[in-house]
Write a protein that binds this ligand. Structure first.
Ligand code: GKR
Ligand code: MG
Length: 432
């Protein structure tokens, strides 16, 4: 099936002022959407990281993509899968996901693979998870993803959006935020973004969450903001709260830091699993991580691990070494949500509820028919070929126009912190 055209749409979507150790989300999150058009006029789609650089990386491959056979293209582009560099350079410790130049090519490959699978799936009437061949579930569970946030619903000036949750900078307001998310989406598990306030406040936040929702597994993720010592202190304080299906995510920086936290906690008889999408972000990290028992739950993400089939291979590797799998996310729209759902449905040992930022980007959508439904905390695999969703071209045009009007061309949470919170703010690791 010959690909005769390729289109890249750079989009801006309203995003609320969420905080993390990276800083503050800008009023717009950026995404790129790729379309591959077959000679029969069928269109395969994918969504990836936003801004000019990811868009240019896709456009630079035009000559290798247009004219290729959709069934064979991903095999011909395998040189992109490994990216460049190795060791800590490939980690996300100092880069927000999507902004590390060393993993640009696996990200680019992933978008092309997803669009090819969608195209092939649409042409044959086969859902992507069945093309991947190992569907083990028909619906995928996601977790509530509370963030500390400032007041505001995203967007700027006359484009400012409704702020459903209001300012949330206390444990009580995070409990309220989670309650609202649970009511709207039916989420069960809770993944809480920390690394923002003093660790004592974040410990209290998890404690209050567990008091309010005692049966819901909880995780906390400070994105490497803590020293090894602080991480162990938090692990001790939250020993019970993070048990029974929870985990401690990227408390300290790097594989070394994670391994030291693990060792320290085990020495105290605490077996809370450590999860990572910061220290371990590529196959190159796995040997060292395994040797040092640094990470017990890998947070996969097809967007930067080199696509859905690489995630399946990661799943097998993790299974072999007794490591669990969960899924990482970043600000995204419904096309990414569907791709995440398909790859999770086809990855047998991905048994934790996946992360999703989707509730935070509720003001904009490009999927025809409106937002993808999350019901009972789950997204169902549609009974349709490919990803099961089409683009709403009016919305694509609207968000593409918005992109041309705003000044943001890459994610920069530090710049946003300086603008709105503290002109001297610098991302400091560890901070506590
Ligand atoms: O959206 O600020 C954010 C998150 O901190 C995100 O960028 C992380 O990549 O959600 C992610 C994580 O689990 O580390
Ligand atoms: Mg994380």
């Amino acid at each position: 099936m010959k690909i005769v055209d390729m289109r890249v749409h750079s989009l801006a979507i309203a995003d609320p002022p969420l905080r993390s150790s990276y800083g503050l989300h800008q009023p717009y999150a950026l995404r790129n959407v790729l379309e591959l058009v077959s000679e029969d006029g069928i269109v395969g789609i994918a969504e990836t990281y936003g801004g000019d650089e990811p868009a240019n990386a896709l456009k630079a491959l035009r000559d290798r993509v247009v004219g290729a056979d959709a069934w064979r293209l991903t095999g011909l582009l395998m040189d992109l899968v490994e990216g460049v560099g190795d060791g800590l350079d490939r980690s996300h410790t100092m880069h927000t996901p999507g902004e590390n130049p060393l993993d640009e090519s696996p990200r680019t490959y992933s978008a092309i693979e997803t669009a090819c699978l969608d195209l092939i799936g649409k042409a044959t009437g086969v859902p992507v998870c069945d093309l991947l061949g190992t569907r083990v579930r028909d619906a995928v569970e996601f977790s509530a993803y509370p963030f500390y946030k400032h007041a505001g619903g995203g967007g700027e000036g006359s484009d400012a959006r409704e702020d459903k949750y209001g300012e949330c900078l206390t444990p009580e307001s995070i409990v309220r935020q989670v309650r609202m998310m649970k009511e709207e989406y039916g989420f069960h598990d809770i993944k809480f973004k920390g690394g923002v306030l003093d660790p004592e406040v974040e410990i209290e936040t998890i404690k209050q969450l567990k008091q309010a929702f005692p049966d819901c597994p909880a995780r906390i993720d400070p994105n490497s903001a803590w020293t090894v010592e602080t991480s162990i202190k938090v692990g001790v304080a939250l020993k019970d709260e993070l048990a029974d299906g929870g985990y401690l995510e990227d408390p300290a920086a790097g594989i070394d830091g994670m391994a030291a936290v693990r060792k320290g906690l085990l020495a105290l008889g605490i077996d809370t699993p450590l999860a990572s999408n910061v220290a371990v972000t590529a196959f190159q990290h796995m040997p060292e991580s395994i040797r040092n028992d640094a990470v017990q739950v890998v947070l996969c993400d097809h967007h930067f691990w080199g696509g859905m089939r690489q995630v399946q291979q990661l799943g097998k590797l993790c299974q072999t070494f007794g490591i669990a799998l969960s899924m990482h996310s970043n600000s995204h729209l419904g096309v990414s949500l569907m791709a995440m759902t398909h790859v999770a449905a086809a990855t047998p040992n991905l048994t934790y509820a996946c992360d999703t930022h989707y509730p935070w980007q509720s003001a904009d959508e490009i999927v025809a028919g409106g937002r993808v439904k999350i019901e009972g905390g789950k997204v169902a695999i549609p009974d349709k070929g490919g990803l099961g969703v089409e683009l709403d071209y009016d919305q694509v045009a609207r968000l593409a126009e918005l992109y041309t009007k705003i000044p943001y061309r890459k994610r920069d949470d530090q710049a946003e912190m300086r603008k709105y919170v503290d002109p001297a703010w610098t991302r400091k690791l560890p901070r506590w």
